[in-house]
Design a protein around this ligand. Structure first.
Ligand SMILES: C[S@@+](CC[C@H](N)C(=O)[O-])C[C@H]1O[C@@H](n2cnc3c(N)ncnc32)[C@H](O)[C@@H]1O
Ligand code: SF4
Length: 479
C-alpha cells in the first residue's frame, strides 16, 4: 500500500474538510464497503477447508451466528421512512414460515464444517424477526443446537424486533426457547416524532415489552436514533431519561444515516438537524448516559453495569484478533470469516442473496445462496479489524503486535498524531484510545485511514470495467 499519501498535510487537510460533514456509519458491513464485493463465485469449499484447518490447529474456535429475515410490516412512508437495509414487505405468516424452512435447509449445508465449533453468540435480526409466531422461536433454537451442539455459557442469544409486534405469548416462547435477550428498535419514544416513520408504535408498546422481558428474565436492549427530523437535544434527552427511568441496561444510540430514495432523504431533508446539531446531540446523549452510570462500549453502545440477566455482547465491533467468524444465514445475511494466521487472500466477507426468489432458488438447487463477496488481502483484513476497534473506542497495540507482528501506532502514525493533537485520541505504549468527540468521528477516521486502499480499489474496478467493455466492443467491430 502506498502509505505516503497519509502525509501530515494530507491528514490534516482531510480532517479539516471532513469534520463538518455528516457522518456515515457503514461499520456493520465492515471494510471495504460492499460496493467492492464483486466476487460472484465465492469459494465456499476453500473457506470450509480453512475453517476446519484453523479449528484443528487452534482447538475449538468460537463462531458468532446471524440469522436474517427479509420481511417487515408495511409502513407509510415505506421502509419506516429512513431504513437503508434490504427488506421485503410482509406477505403473511405462510410466506414467512416457508422462508424459514429455507433457512433451516441453508443451516444444514454448513453443519459439517461447523462441527467442533463453539457458538459464541447469536443474533436473530432483519428485517423484523419478531414477526415469527411463538413455535418458530423453538424451531430457531433447535436449528442453532443442531448446528452448534456446544453453546458457550456466556453466549448472548438475541432476538431483534419492533415493540408493537411483541406479545406476552411470543416473549414467553422466546424465553422458553433458550434465547436470553431481546433488542427493540424503538428509534423515538416520542410518539409525535416516531409517527414520521409511519410505524404504529406507542409508548405503551415499548413499556409493556420491556416489562414482559424483565418478568421472563430476558436482557433488553433498546435502539434509539438521533439526528431525526425535527428532533432537538431536549426531545432526545427526554427519550433517554425515559429509558433510564425504566431501567433499560443496554441502549444503542445510532446517528441517523440519511440516503437512498427514503422519505427522510427526499422529503424531510430540510427538517433534519444540522451536522453540528448532531454533534451536540451526540455529546449531550453521551454525557447524560455517562452521568447516569452507563459505560460507553462503542460509538453507539451504552451499558449500565449490574444487569442480572446480562451476557457479553458486542454489536458490529470487536476487541479480539485471534479469530473472526460470523456465519450469516438467510436473506441478505453477511458472513465474515478471517484470521491473521491465514494466507493473504483467504479471509472473506460475503453477503447472501438480496433477492428472495434467488435466495430460495439457490437453496432449492443445493447451492449456497451467496450473492457476492470480497477476498481480503492481509492488509484489508487488518483494516477491517482496526475499524471495528475504532468503533469500540480503543485499539490495543499489544494485541495488534501479537496478531500482525507490527506496531499499529507506527503504521498510521501521522493519523494518530493528528488525532492526539486535536484531542480526539490518547496514545500510550499499550493502547490508542479515542477521547472527547473522537468516538463520534470514528467512521470518518476509518475512511481517512482507508483512503489509499479505496483509491486502489476504485482504480481496479475501473480497469476491470474497461477490460470487460473492450472485448465486447472488439467483437462488435469484427476484430
Ligand atoms: C435494520 S433494523 C432491524 C430491526 C427492526 N426491524 C427495527 O426496525 O427495529 C436495526 C436497527 O438499525 C437501525 N437503523 C435502521 N436504519 C437506520 C438508519 N438509516 N440510520 C441509523 N440507524 C438505522 C435502527 O435503530 C434499527 O433499530
Ligand atoms: S427500520 Fe426495521 S422495520 Fe423499518 S424497514 Fe428497516 S428493518 Fe424494517
Amino acid at each position: 500500500m502506498p502509505a505516503t499519501v497519509l502525509s501530515p498535510d494530507f491528514v490534516n487537510n482531510y480532517l479539516d474538510s471532513h469534520l463538518g460533514e455528516r457522518q456515515v456509519n457503514k461499520i456493520q458491513h465492515g471494510f471495504p464497503s460492499p460496493r467492492f464485493w464483486n466476487e460472484t463465485s465465492v469459494p465456499l469449499d476453500e473457506i470450509a477447508e480453512d475453517r476446519i484447518r484453523l479449528r484443528e490447529a487452534h482447538g475449538t474456535s468460537p463462531v458468532f451466528l446471524y440469522v436474517g429475515v427479509p420481511y417487515c410490516i408495511q409502513t407509510d412512508p415505506g421502509k419506516c421512512g429512513y431504513c437503508l437495509f434490504p427488506v421485503e414487505e410482509f406477505q403473511g405468516n405462510a410466506a414467512l414460515e416457508t422462508y424459514y424452512g429455507y433457512v433451516e435447509r441453508e443451516a444444514e449445508m454448513y453443519r459439517e464444517q461447523m462441527q467442533g465449533s463453539v457458538l459464541a453468540g447469536a443474533y436473530f435480526g432483519g428485517g423484523t424477526s419478531n414477526l415469527y409466531k411463538g413455535p418458530v422461536y423453538h424451531r430457531l433454537m433447535d436449528m442453532v443446537r443442531r448446528l452448534f451442539p456446544e453453546i458457550s455459557e456466556q453466549a448472548d442469544l438475541t432476538l431483534e424486533g419492533i415493540p408493537q409486534l411483541f406479545s406476552r405469548e411470543k416473549m414467553q416462547a422466546i424465553s422458553d426457547s433458550g434465547m436470553n435477550r431481546i433488542s427493540m428498535g424503538v428509534q423515538q419514544v416520542n410518539e409525535r416524532l416516531n409517527s414520521f416513520s409511519g410505524r404504529k408504535q406507542t409508548t405503551k408498546h415499548v413499556i409493556q415489552s420491556l416489562e414482559w422481558a424483565r418478568e421472563l428474565g430476558l436482557s433488553a436492549n433498546v435502539d434509539l436514533i438521533f439526528g431525526w427530523p425535527q428532533q432537538t437535544v431536549d426531545t432526545m434527552l427526554e427519550d433517554l431519561e425515559t429509558l433510564v427511568s425504566w431501567d433499560v441496561y443496554d441502549i444503542t444510540h445510532y446517528e441517523l444515516n440519511v440516503g437512498g430514495p427514503t422519505d427522510f432523504a427526499l422529503n424531510r431533508f430540510h427538517e433534519l438537524p444540522s451536522t453540528l446539531a448532531n454533534l451536540e446531540m451526540y455529546r449531550a446523549g453521551r454525557d447524560f448516559l455517562l452521568d447516569r452510570g452507563y459505560q460507553q462500549l462503542s460509538t453507539y453502545n451504552f451499558r449500565r453495569p449490574g444487569d442480572p440477566a446480562a451476557h457479553d455482547f458486542r454489536e458490529g465491533y470487536t476487541t479480539r484478533f485471534d479469530h473472526l467468524d460470523t456465519l450469516g444465514l438467510g436473506y441478505a445475511a453477511i458472513t465474515f470469516f478471517g484470521n491473521p494466521a491465514l494466507a493473504s487472500g483467504r479471509s472473506w466477507s460475503f453477503i447472501n442473496q438480496r433477492n428472495l426468489a434467488q435466495y430460495k432458488a439457490a437453496v432449492d438447487n443445493g447451492r449456497f445462496p451467496v450473492e457476492r463477496g470480497y477476498r481480503h488481502t492481509a492488509e484489508d483484513w487488518l483494516m477491517m479489524l482496526l475499524f471495528r476497534s475504532l468503533i469500540s473506542t480503543e485499539i490495543d497495540r499489544t494485541q495488534y503486535a501479537a496478531a500482525f507482528g507490527l506496531d499499529i501506532y507506527d503504521k498510521f502514525a501521522t493519523v494518530w498524531d493528528a488525532l492526539a493533537e486535536r484531542g480526539y485520541a490518547r496514545i500510550t505504549p499499550e493502547r490508542i484510545t479515542l477521547t472527547g468527540d473522537g468516538p463520534f468521528y470514528a467512521p470518518m477516521f476509518s475512511a481517512l485511514i482507508a483512503e489509499d486502499r479505496y483509491r486502489e480499489l476504485r482504480e481496479e474496478a475501473a480497469r476491470r470495467k474497461k477490460e470487460s467493455v473492450r472485448p465486447a466492443a472488439a467483437s462488435r467491430s469484427g476484430q
